[in-house]
Design a binder for this molecule. Sequence first.
Ligand SMILES: [Zn+2]
Length: 493
Amino acid sequence: MTTAPAEAAKGALARYEAVIGIEIHCQLKTASKMFCGCSTDIDGAAPNSHTCPVCLGLPGTLPTINKSAVEWVIAAGFAIEAQTPPATRWDRKNYFYPDIPKGYQISQYQLPLAANGRLTFDTSAGPVTVRIRRAHLEEDTGRLIHQEMAGRRASLIDFNRSGMPLMEIVTEPDIRTAEQARRYAEELRLLMRTIGASDAEMENGQMRVEANVSIRPIGREAFGTRVEVKNMNSMKAVERAIGFEIERQAELIDGGDKVRMETRGWDEPSQSTYHMRPKEEENDYRYFPEPDLPPLMTTPEWLAEIATRIPELPSVRRARYTGEFGLSSYDANVLVNDASATALFEGALAVGAGVSPKLLANWVTGEYLRLAKGDAGGGSVDPVELAALARLVADGAISGTNAKEVLAEHYASAAPVASIVEARGFRQISDSGALGKAINDALAANPAAVADYRAGKAAAVGFLVGQVMKATRGQANAAMVQTALRERLEAAE
Ligand SMILES: [Zn+2]
């Protein structure tokens, strides 16, 4: 294939409609594992150092439910407008891989903690709403490591991840393009971070996105054969892998072949999907109710208490920024999609420095995010200092160009804005007496420019402004200089 997958998908989408459902697993932010007391702080820990008889699946052990994991799923359910039933249940999902020590996983099948939700997000073609079938709680598996040992291929297993709490969120097959799939996953990630349920970093497996992709001729009702795509380790990979898969399936059908039901993996180096294994059917898992755990009851009081902990959600925040503050929807998106930008904007607004929200938003979406995402990332901006800086610019006390330098220095050193302005001599000369002398000098020293201006060359004033700025080492208020020069030049005619 010579065209890029994303563009190629547009080709296939002229003839076929893609039908995409997304399953997302999120590691929940709890202190201990799902059914035992082992710590979830396993980053960089020695293999198998965070295990106990329960999460090793030893015979005779009994699980106990982690309450805060349950509450995170209920909170996520509220955030996706889902319903939580008065009673939910645990089920055993039976399958045999070496990374699952019990030979089954405790999950939820028939009565998930949240059902019938939805999520609305923006795309380049406008807003899209996707129905969410369910969000349920389950336990994570261990991790297999394949490596050479003493000249032989060996498979090692680390059970530190075994029993970590996972939330699985499953959409209806409502997604139609690779871009919609990426945007859905991005919005869900933002939602999880906003409510605090998960850090949802794809790169380290805290959030895992899988897609079921099929295509059908445009106008046909029946679904095509679906293929599951795994191993997409970034948002970009989600869009590319699905785009590639749509095109691959279209080529197969156009060539008279059939799409096989299978699980495929995304291979980043070759930017293509490859066969991993035949896809299991749901009945292969032989679900049955977990005999070691009673059903879980949810009271209205408990649900109401969880609801009070949910902060302002991204969709509500965007609407407030565009409605109340008059920000463009682009600016509102940029602010809301980055947690540090949201916090800085809200913090600077709260200072009440008399600077308009629009001006503060410009500083955050422009200079702040440029610094935070650039090579010098890792610093920070104090909201109080940002408000002070925006105030200085609004008052004409320092120039916009100098203010950018001040912010960069504050970002790197955390020094107060006022002392940086002082130390660098950035305070503008706005005093008309001091400016008047510099203007007089410039007029006297440049009779040719004065004559040009009076002969109708209006641009000559720019040269004179430059001379005054030079003489004041850039500290003159350029707008004031320009106005004063014009007045002087015209008054003397
Ligand atoms: Zn354990």
